[in-house]
Design a protein around this ligand. Structure first.
Ligand code: MD6
Ligand code: FE
Length: 215
């Protein structure tokens, strides 16, 4: 009998990157318009801004957050902050539709009972990029990162556990969700410079939602 599942035992729309990591193609496509409406609402309270790295460089990606804490960077380093440093107010509450997509994607990736504390929202325009890095500012070293791509496509860089490991270039499109945790939690990753384009829902931008269990 012809199997609907590939040799890795996953449906064709799920690409296993390695132990603990999957790319769920189109997983959030149906919720994407609702997710983007919430992003616009969040950005009215906590506007997108270009954070400064500890080294003093402005990041090309514009960021904001929602949830119990938000990821921020300044001359003192990276941290999770319960308030938006620009306003002194708590970050907007994580919308139900965000939580629902993140929890279901985590479960599909093998991580049941996901309880993210933070959602970092990234906005890329033409030329914006994120260099190869590990996410290591979270106390929970097992719970997955859930990364939702919206709008313009991008090339997601998927490396290994050491910076010098080979890097795969994965095209991520509107609605795709990557989940990495457990043994894959500290894989180096990044985003190649965004190519010019137009998307019906985000115009010239890519929006990325990155969920994390922090504590
Ligand atoms: C992305 N973002 O925007 C992935 N990690 O597709 C990240 O991996 C990320 O934006 C740590 C801190 C900020 C980020
Ligand atoms: Fe990251």
């Amino acid at each position: 009998m012809v199997s609907l599942f590939d040799s890795q035992g996953l449906p064709p729309s799920e690409e296993r990157l390695e132990e603990g990591a999957v790319l769920l193609r189109g997983f959030a496509a149906a919720e994407a318009p609702a997710l983007l409406e919430e992003v616009a609402r969040i950005a009215q309270t906590a506007p997108f801004r270009h954070l400064v790295t500890p080294g003093g460089y402005g990041m090309s990606v514009a960021m904001t957050n929602c949830g119990r804490v938000g990821w921020v960077s300044d001359r003192n380093g990276y941290r999770y902050d319960p308030v938006d440093p620009d306003s002194g107010a708590p970050w907007p509450v994580m919308p139900g539709v965000f939580l629902d997509v993140a929890v279901r994607a985590a479960a599909a990736g093998g991580f049941a009972g996901y309880d993210p504390d933070a959602c970092l929202i990234n906005r890329y325009v033409e030329g914006a990029k994120l260099g190869l890095h590990q996410d290591r500012d979270e106390k929970d070293a097992w719970a997955p990162i859930v990364s939702v791509s919206l709008g313009l496509p991008a090339v997601f860089l998927w490396g290994g556990k050491r910076r010098a490991d080979p890097v795969r270039r994965l095209r991520v499109e509107h609605g795709d969700v990557a989940v990495w945790g457990g043994p894959a939690r500290f894989v180096y990753h990044g985003v190649a410079p965004l190519r010019h384009g137009q998307h019906p829902l985000t115009a010239g931008a890519r929006i990325n939602l990155t969920f994390r269990k922090v504590f």
